[in-house]
Design a protein around this ligand. Structure first.
Ligand code: MG
Ligand code: MG
Length: 279
């Protein structure tokens, strides 16, 4: 008989997820501070790897079968799962970095998007910056929704609504084939967290839930394909993509964003949500 573990974790288990969340946040901060024209994504990968090792943690991406890197680095029309390489970044590139750390058997998972600074045409940079801003905003709208939700599907509905309300005319595409997930002993656990409204209201939201929420949004059509490297997910129409992600715990006192140093306080304030530390 196979006993399926509950999607609801005990308080001590949620506490075990605080440190891997912070290590993940620090690894992404280390990468973020290095991003400038001329740097390669392999160099960013090495920095994330060094930080995670120095903290006594392991890269959970390296534990994914067949994947050898610490980060995913997706540039321009690549949306997610880009493999680090030796091509120097250029001003105006839109770059999404995804990474995670496993510490004492528990996982963190987070991603951000940035426009590579430097001299690039405004009509290239502005729409990419807006895409990243709206994608990030939709992540925080989803996390805010989680804090009030009775069922998990309310998160995806809030993400989609935020994108509809804030995208330029013509709208953005939201990837349908990739979704967020539960997180804990494994980086990827049940349940799935959709980035759009679905008919099924999903599992109950109550203390013990730990989820990685990760909207993947593109300027054009949501249709993607996997490149010949077997990993990189790119848009079919060639338009740019953005990916933002945080790991979030629902506990007795409220919610806490595990992969943000302030638990999400600053970004959740506009939504009237005050995160509570896990005690
Ligand atoms: Mg991730
Ligand atoms: Mg994830």
């Amino acid at each position: 008989m196979v006993l399926r573990s509950s999607i609801y974790k005990k308080p001590a288990q949620l506490r075990s997820m605080v440190e891997p969340g912070l290590i993940t946040a620090d690894a992404l901060d280390a990468v973020r501070s290095m991003i400038e024209p001329g740097v390669t994504t392999l160099e960013l990968d090495a920095a994330a790897s060094a930080l995670i090792s120095a903290r006594g943690a392991k890269s959970n991406f390296q534990m994914v079968r067949g994947y050898r890197h610490t980060i995913c680095a997706s540039v321009n029309e690549q949306v997610v799962h880009g493999i680090p390489n030796d091509r120097p970044l250029r001003p105006g590139d839109i770059l999404s970095i995804d990474a995670g750390a496993e510490f004492r058997g528990w996982n963190g998972d987070s991603a951000f998007t940035v426009i590579v600074p430097g001299d690039a045409p405004a009509d290239l940079v502005a729409p990419r910056q807006r895409l990243s801003d709206v994608t990030a905003g939709s992540l925080w709208a989803g996390i805010a929704a989680l804090s009030r939700a009775t069922h998990l599907a309310e998160v995806g509905a809030a993400i989609e609504q935020y994108i509809q309300d804030n995208a330029p005319e013509g709208g953005y595409g939201i990837l349908r084939d990739y979704v967020g997930h539960g997180i804990g002993r494994k980086m990827h656990e049940s349940p799935s967290i959709f980035n759009y409204a679905v008919a099924d209201r999903g599992p109950e939201v109550r203390p013990g839930l730990a989820v990685a929420i990760e909207p993947m949004v593109v300027i054009g059509d949501q249709e993607t394909f996997t490149e010949d490297d077997g990993w990189t997910v790119s848009t079919v129409d060639g338009t740019a993509g953005s990916h933002w992600e945080h790991s979030v715990a629902v506990h007795d006192g409220g919610i806490w964003v595990l992969t943000a140093h302030d638990g999400g306080a600053e970004k959740l304030a506009p939504f009237g949500v005050v995160p509570k530390e896990i005690d």
